[in-house]
Design a protein around this ligand. Sequence first.
Ligand SMILES: [Zn+2]
Length: 183
Amino acid sequence: MNEADFSGAAATAQATPILIAPQAVLRQKGRVVRPEDMAALREGLPGMFAAMYQAPGIGLAAPQIGISMRYAIVDLGEEDAREPIVLINPEIISESEVLHSREEGCLSLPNQYAEVVRPEAVRVRYTSLAGEQIERDVDGLLATCIQHEIDHLDGVLFVDHLSALRRNMILRRLAKEQKAKRG
Ligand SMILES: [Zn+2]
């Protein structure tokens, strides 16, 4: 199966639960994906895509579903024109000096949004599902999304790019909302 098959399989898969901050695994550095991890990784992908599409979100990293490994999925496409990407062991190999501020949210910090400043364009290297080494220049929303997902693989959340004051405000608000939700 390739990327498109997995996102298609998401239509009938049960969505994998997404962990909410402050779950400890969200703060851990994920380990490198090895060839022997690929079977389990593939098996988990339909549920992972289902979780992202149902949320709905445009990116989801393995630590967000409790797997402390370096892979993530991204899809900026529309519901009737999916553009699924699976990024295995992704790394940013260069970034533009030009910065861009964009509002970000995160499925592990539901309902919380803030402007985050990041490089506007990056060159990313990753392994595809087929095992190919891919290098790609990305910019705009895709660049933001990929940087956000790679942060997750290092235990970093978008609020870490904000001032401590702003970060604590958001994390406190999230905790309060989650507590209210649990009743
Ligand atoms: Zn996120």
